[in-house]
Design a protein around this ligand. Sequence first.
Ligand code: HEC
Length: 169
Amino acid sequence: MKKFKAIGVLIFLLMSLGTVYAIHQTQPAETQVALPGPRADSLYKYITVEDDYRNWSVWPGKGKKIKGRAPLGIITTYVNENALYSIRAGDKMVNGSIVVTENYNENGKLLALFVMYKIKGYNPSAGDWFWAEFNPKGKVIVSGKVDACIKCHEQKKENDYIFTEDFVK
Ligand code: HEC
């Protein structure tokens, strides 16, 4: 009987390991740190400490400190793993995608961070984006379902509200 129990336990352990492995394989999430909720302060902490956006890729094919279209000045646009995955897939961005645009003035001084963060079910009528603008010290200028951001980005509704590049096939 003892032997059977031991085998049972072993099988159980192997199955659990298999499940954990499978979950890690299917999720494009990049870190083990849980994604923030729809809150500007937790989002800022996430993108500057828990998964520093400065370590992310810049938008594929775009450089750092390039000339942005109005209303932006000089910009660098960073994408996290989930966003990068979506850009490559040519599909609307998956849950947990984050796009961060640094906006600089002509003298190279950082003025603000513009952030779009996809949260499934957060705002289905406008692409489920959580919008935020921060000053360089992390002070929240605006955040949430921000009308001003949506009204302009809505021009790119078919492209998941994204201006940088038409990536949705
Ligand atoms: C008047 C139009 C307009 C408004 C208002 C506006 N944006 Fe944008 N935004 C743009 C344009 C144009 C770009 C692309 C700049 C480029 O790549 O040259 C852009 C780019 C971005 C990007 C990079 C991803 C993308 O869509 O290309 C983010 C993130 C972003 N904006 C966030 C915001 C947030 C947050 C707000 C509100 C606080 C906001 N924007 C308000 C026009 C606007």
